[in-house]
Design a protein around this ligand. Sequence first.
Ligand code: 13P
Length: 341
Amino acid sequence: MAHNDLHETASALVAEGKGILAADESSGTIKKRFDSIDLESTEENRRAYRDMLFTTPGVEEYISGVILYDETIRQSALDGTPFPELLESKGIIPGIKVDLGAKPLALAEGETVTEGLDGLRGRLAEYRELGARFAKWRATYSITDSLPSDDCIWTNAHALGRYAALCQEAGIVPIVEPEVLQDGTHTIERSYHVTCRVLDAVYTELFDQRVDLFGTLLKPNMVISGKGCPVQAPAARIAELTVDLFRRVVPAAVPGIVFLSGGQSELEATENLDAINRVDGSPWPLSFSYGRALQASALKEWGGDPAGVDAGQAAFLHRARMNARAAAGDWSAELEQAVTV
Ligand code: 13P
């Protein structure tokens, strides 16, 4: 696989004013989302929901790529067009989640390791046939007074390295997603410290495992206060610490950083991304790869009802546009009020 193709795909995913939609919820996670609107999680409902999102007119102006789930990459729009083909016809790059989830890490109470390396080479070849040009693997780290352990940090970093190398061998751009979870009472300073250790380990492993960083993207958490911390740092502090940290530990060879939203509300995720882009000195495009923060309103407006498709698409388009503005450091609260349809 020519490395140039990987470089081109990675750069296209962080093209100016564009970001990624994470629509790769596993069967368990999408059931939780559907429960919130009282909708049964059948294969057809899952298909109809993704159909609503992917066929949103004009969304390709703001969305560069979509991460699909194993079931979704095999599904089709109502007119029979396979989803990967539909996305490509709009100029959106199809991607695929390839990890098999975070499982308890042996002998490490309260910590997880992400599984899915066994057989990954074969699955990547099949996904590429199905149209995937990039992939995602998510590792998670909990913060407590004593966690994460070095064991958890290095075990997950090693797996991310193996995943990334296998992806590049298959001609697929790996999105490397180490997520330091926001759950907990920790301060933003502790989030900074832990995220720093995690990213340092990840880049050591990627380097040692010969991964070509120019053909990768990083999908990290923002440096942010724990959900239960009594003092919630404001957007300006989140931005300052996030950019400072990345400048210290993320190699400039990485073509772009696309944040996860990690349980922030839609507005928080947009406001914080905007603040991050207003800080000078970052060598990378800093954009988004949001799941919940792009979909929460759209899911509610759609409501599982064909009559809700237009409202769902309007809500999705609005969030995509707002986050695209934030990725340029050009968002304002007033823009949220603008009519979107
Ligand atoms: P959230 O933006 O909802 O955190 O999802 C992003 C993602 O892909 C998590 O793996």
